[in-house]
Design a binder for this molecule. Structure first.
Ligand code: NAP
Length: 259
């Protein structure tokens, strides 16, 4: 399918690896030039070089922590006007409800709620002026089906979801489309670290931890960053203009619900 976004420009946050990288690749494949971001410069430069070589699009890199004011300022300065924004950052650590103090909640809110909101506030007005824009926020299936050990993530992402529900409808008349993509378990470093948590806590091997989790997914496997990126690119395409403020699960059927 022709996505109709060749020549557009995208900021893809937290994109040297994993789901953000999958989104960057799929957008580049559609002819979109990129501003890519991650904290670690080495992996970021390597990812950017591969994408330039593979798709022939312009890629600007900004090594910065997107959850901080300074990091975002550097990224926004390099990005300038963009047509497409994909927000993303690392997820908070797992734990028990008794573990978390105010500072832990503030860090989770900064990363997974306030950073995406700040990026939208900075970039959506330009999209509205130009009459076209696409925003995809990478959240989590925990928005629809909270995961008990990810209480910090559940809390912060619920806040972002509420914000997007209203904002997406306020900006839609100007041609700006905002949606959230909700990953279930995907084969990335994040999934490995969550499997490691289970493996350590229960004294089982990593393979056993992964097999147990795969058994809970009707598709019986983890998703791939490529599949996730393809869905993201569609939501950033010319075809998504009537999809407003939705929370779209990519979870292999793991969340057992009809709505
Ligand atoms: P990942 O494989 O660990 O990749 C994370 C990427 O984000 C890396 O490029 C990392 O590079 C970058 N990053 C992390 N923190 C950053 C920050 N503060 N500023 C800028 N870049 C940052 O993670 P993932 O699996 O793709 O997950 C992406 C998001 O989806 C996370 O919020 C995660 O909680 C959520 N999610 C993932 C899954 C899953 O199964 N994979 C399921 C549900 C939700 P640096 O470390 O160099 O910064």
């Amino acid at each position: 399918m022709e996505l109709g976004i060749s020549g557009k420009r995208a900021l893809v946050c937290a994109s040297s690896k994993g789901l953000g990288r999958g989104c960057a690749e799929a957008l580049a494949d559609a002819g979109v030039s990129l501003v890519m971001n991650a904290r670690g410069a080495e992996a970021l430069e390597a990812a950017a070089a591969e994408i330039r070589a593979r798709y022939g699009v312009e890629v600007i890199t900004v090594a910065a922590d997107i959850t901080t004011d300074e990091g975002r300022a550097a990224v926004l300065k390099a990005a300038g006007d963009v047509d497409i924004l994909v927000t993303n950052a690392g997820g908070p650590p797992p734990g028990m409800w008794t573990d978390w103090e105010r500072a832990d909640f503030i860090a989770a809110l900064d990363a997974n709620m306030l950073a995406p909101i700040a990026l939208m506030k900075a970039l959506v007005p330009g999209m509205m002026e130009r009459g076209w824009g696409r925003v995809v926020n990478i959240t989590s299936m925990s928005v629809k089906s909270p995961i008990a050990v990810l209480g910090l993530s559940n809390s912060a992402r619920a806040g972002l979801t509420g914000y997007v529900a209203g904002t997406a409808r306020q900006v839609a008349p100007s041609g700006v489309v905002i949606n959230n993509l909700l990953p279930g378990i995907h084969a990335t470093d994040r999934a490995i670290s969550l499997d490691k948590g289970v493996s350590d806590a229960e004294g089982i091997s990593m393979d056993e931890a992964k097999a147990r989790r795969e058994a809970t997914i009707p598709a019986r496997r983890y998703g791939t960053p490529e599949e996730f990126g393809a869905a993201c690119a569609f939501l950033c395409s010319q075809h998504s203009g009537f999809i407003i403020g939705q929370n779209i699960l990519l979870d292999g059927g793991a969340v057992n619900t009809v709505m």
